[in-house]
Design a protein around this ligand. Structure first.
Ligand code: DAH
Length: 356
């Protein structure tokens, strides 16, 4: 019995972690452990022998169990000490210098636009960038033979991408307008949403990149009019550009998905080669808009006899260039660190439009 005692107390002392300790426990006092085997031997002993060996075996079992408990507590303490040592953090150290990363002007402007429209009660919606041509064109009153479809420089997905259940092929969305349809399907009327996101067209020069960003806006209610549209957009531009004397011009235009349609220009000057908003005799187009065409409302499952809506679509990159004086659109997507450092915003320095 002394041999057993020495053997197991030694192994317990030497157990280097909780797993090893558990192995020792099973071998010693587990159901099939050595102490249990000895206990079974008691049955074969004479009553006198049993009276002597029984209590000693029980005492040994207790001793081993408490040694294991003590070692276990010791191992846990050591593990905690090790964690405290390795995860130690000096909260009194000064903050690290500003890192290389900055907030991209597109992210920054998306934030600003979202905040301004959120204040006017517009929710933020999203839609897929790979979209069926039904949502991108047909549902927006652009049938197959319509010139607008040809003018869009659409990227078509490979034929192997298949079609949706109705047989419509997939395209990269050329504008955020399909999200109008998806939103109507989801929320019905009345509704108010904006949708910022990526759009794609096969085009590349100083003012065009194959991927760029738009924000779509849509408001549907029982008696929405052009006056509401005009107020909303003026309110937005005043808040966004934050320049005294911002002036907009609504110019009659044509889009298949709106009737009537208007393009909106902003007054500016190019004097001395730099762009100034709110003064001068030049006008810069910043968005397209109009009253939603009855067919578009219908495509979204909304009764045009009962509801009306306005919609607009604006280039996010374009208004970012205007607001922050960035000359070349292509540089937006070059990932040149020098450009990002110059035009990007530090996380704690980005201007905010969120209230409070
Ligand atoms: N989808 C148009 C484009 O990409 C922009 C646009 C014009 C959106 C008028 C609208 C709108 O919602 O009403 O050029």
């Amino acid at each position: 019995m002394d041999d057993l005692r020495n053997k197991y107390l030694g192994q317990i002392r030497d157990a280097s972690d909780e797993d090893a300790l558990e192995q020792v426990r099973l071998a010693a006092v587990g159901k099939k452990g050595e102490v249990a085997l000895q206990m079974r031997e008691l049955g074969r002993m004479t009553p006198e022998e049993r009276q002597e060996a029984g209590p000693r075996l029980n005492a040994l079992k207790d001793e081993i169990n408490s040694a294991i408990a003590a070692r276990k507590a010791g191992l846990e303490d050591a593990a905690l000490d090790e964690r405290l040592r390795s995860e130690w953090l000096d909260v009194t150290l000064p903050a690290r210098a500003r890192r290389q990363g900055t907030i991209h002007p597109v992210s920054q402007v998306t934030e600003e636009v979202t905040a301004i429209f959120a204040d006017m009660g517009f929710a933020v919606a999203e839609g897929p960038q790979i979209e069926t041509d039904w949502y991108v064109f047909d549902a927006l009153n652009i049938p197959g033979h319509h010139p607008a479809r040809a003018e869009m420089d659409t990227f078509y997905m490979a034929e192997s991408a298949g079609t949706d259940e109705a047989g419509n092929p997939f395209v990269m969305r050329t504008h955020t307008s399909p999200v109008q349809i998806r939103s109507m399907e989801k929320t019905g009327a009345p509704t108010r949403m904006i949708c910022p996101g990526r759009v794609y067209r096969a085009d590349y020069d100083q003012t065009h990149t194959p991927m760029f960003h738009q924000v779509e806006g849509m408001a549907i209610d029982r008696d929405i009019s052009m006056a509401n549209l005009k107020w909303c957009l003026e309110e937005f531009c005043r808040a966004f550009f934050d320049v005294d004397g911002i002036e907009l011009r609504f110019r009659a235009s044509h889009f298949p998905f709106t009737e009537p349609s208007a393009e909106v220009d902003i007054r500016c000057s190019w004097e001395g080669g730099t762009l100034k908003l709110g003064e001068g005799d030049d006008w810069l187009e910043i968005l397209g808009s109009g009253m939603m065409h009855p067919k578009v409302l219908q495509a979204g499952g909304i009764d045009p006899e009962e509801w009306q809506g306005f919609a607009f679509g604006m280039g996010i990159d374009r208004i970012a260039m205007l607001k922050y004086g960035i000359p070349d659109l292509r540089a937006f997507f070059d990932s040149d660190l020098r450009w990002l450092k110059h035009y990007g915003f530090g996380a704690l320095r980005a201007p905010t439009r969120h209230a409070g």
